[in-house]
Design a protein around this ligand. Sequence first.
Ligand code: HEC
Length: 181
Amino acid sequence: MAEETTSVRPSRWLLALYVLLPVWALVYLFVAGGLVQPEVQLVARNVEGVSVGTAAAPDGSEVVLAILEVVPEEARDDQPPRPVTDAMLAQAKTQYDTLCAVCHGPEGRGDGPAGAALNPKPFNFHYRAFHERMPVGATHWVIKNGLANTARRSGMPAFGQLPDDQIWALVEYVRRLGRRP
Ligand code: HEC
């Protein structure tokens, strides 16, 4: 009898090991080894303050879609009538620094001093969704018409007094600004 119990115990432990080791290995691979499914990473990036990986830009899909909702559909497909030149981009930088940075911040992160009290906050040009989901025509429309008189009712003023070429240069400028690390 005594012999039987001693021979059963080690094999139970072995059995437990055989079961637990693969489970542990899987958990390790998925969580620590970076094999997390892409969908899971996307969800994690949407949670404020949580980022997967080191250089994850904020997502901003919700804000982009909410703005798109108030932009007239026919404006979204607009394209610049002329290519934006380097000289126009240089002028756009000066304009950005004097007209826009006060709200959108020097690096375009939506953190300028005049925007602190606004709700919604000034747009962050580093949002991934800005580059992936916002058509240039929509950005052009927003700079020209503002968002204050739309259902969004946010504090983005209209800059329709600027020549159209300069508005297109600003569109290109804020897109480049938002791609800088
Ligand atoms: C008084 C503060 C303020 C100033 C000045 C300002 N903005 Fe904005 N901007 C905002 C706010 C607020 C929003 C809206 C955010 C929202 O609705 O979520 C916004 C949104 C935007 C968007 C929306 C994103 C898109 O693609 O449609 C763009 C582009 C933009 N601003 C560009 C500019 C440019 C260019 C200038 C300067 C010529 C400028 N803004 C000046 C406050 C400001």
